[in-house]
Design a protein around this ligand. Structure first.
Ligand code: ASP
Length: 329
């Protein structure tokens, strides 16, 4: 057989196999794993578990499970997905860290732009500045006075370099020109436990993790990080950081879904369609909105828009991080 003919036959066979595979995707007997690169019970995990439930029906009843692959500000879980078999059965749900990690880490084993397929933005989540319940301050002014009195002794929890809480904490320290001791956890779920217990003083975290703790008076809340006040009943009285006296402080955390590069296009299309349906699920919307999140719609769920947005965020936060001069190896 001539070589060119052999290659043509092989190419046709591969296309047919891929088509058949895509047609059968997802197989009834194989779970789809969403890798969450932060601790269970935290805000990223929360979005993933709500999404997994909402995906089940549009994915034809498939079992969607969560794998918390934690550590190093989400770079461990993200690397795991970059290396996974590109067959649609391993996905990654990550947040703004996809745009901050390239500037924060000198060495990453993956390339955010080249090693992933983009499956859509899922939501936008505001952050809140919160403190241990015993901290003797009851508003933002008293908080900054307390920080000034305790210079050198204030602890700030976060979910590791590149995490949303790290970024927000970095911006807060820059804004008030005060360096704090940062304590890195594998996610803000364990950090929240320590904040409630008084082992750390402060944290900046997504409303999807903080709303119920604020409502239950387990933590003190001082401000929100969005340009406008929130409408969630238990958060609507919190000032924006700009109102509280920190101009130009605006940070909103978005989450996105990814697959390893090379996942077949028909499989990606099926997942993207299912994501679009899940984001319209009234139960999913109700759960997310109740925690202060805004579910993504329309163009934002398109893979090309998602990729464009991540690049723009990389440029934006890369400049902020460079100015702050924070790096990890
Ligand atoms: N809220 C965390 C962060 O700071 C992530 C998490 O624990 O889910 O990025």
């Amino acid at each position: 057989m001539k070589n060119s003919f052999k290659f043509a036959v092989a190419a046709v066979a591969a296309t047919l196999a891929c088509g058949a595979f895509a047609q059968d995707f997802p197989a009834k007997d194989r779970p789809i794993t969403i890798v969450v690169p932060f601790a269970a019970g935290g805000p990223t995990d929360r979005v993933a578990r709500d999404l997994a439930e909402a995906l089940r029906k549009p994915m034809g009843g498939a079992n969607v499970v969560i794998d918390n692959a934690v550590g190093a500000g989400s770079s461990i879980g993200t690397a795991k997905v970059a290396r996974a078999t590109p067959d649609g059965y391993t996905l990654l749900l990550n947040h703004i860290a996809m745009a901050t990690m390239p500037a924060l880490y000198r060495k990453l084993s993956f390339n955010v732009a080249n090693d992933f397929e983009y499956l859509g933005i899922l939501n936008d989540v505001p952050m809140t500045l919160i403190a241990r319940p015993t901290l003797p301050a009851n508003n933002y002014k008293e908080l900054t006075a307390w920080i000034a009195q305790n210079k050198g002794k204030v602890n700030l929890g976060n979910a590791g370099l590149g995490a949303a809480s790290h970024l927000c904490g970095l911006m807060f320290q820059n804004a008030i020109k005060t360096e704090m001791t940062t304590i890195a956890y594998k996610g803000t779920a364990p950090a929240m436990t320590d904040l409630i217990g008084g082992q750390i003083d402060l944290m900046c975290d997504q409303t999807t993790n903080t709303t119920s703790q604020i409502e239950g008076k387990k933590v003190k809340a001082f401000a929100v990080t969005t340009a406008k006040r929130l409408t969630t009943p238990s958060l609507k009285d919190l000032p924006t950081l700009a109102e509280a006296g920190v101009p130009n402080f605006e940070v909103t955390i978005w989450h996105g879904l990814y697959a390893p590069k090379g996942t077949p296009a028909p499989v990606l299309a099926k997942i993207n369609e299912a994501v679009k349906a899940a984001l319209k699920d009234p139960e999913f919307i109700k759960k997310q909105e109740g925690l202060g999140a805004v579910v993504a719609a329309d163009k934002r769920i398109e893979p090309a828009e998602h990729k464009k947005f991540v690049q723009a965020e990389m440029d934006k936060w890369g400049a902020v991080i460079k100015a702050a001069g924070t790096y990890a190896d």
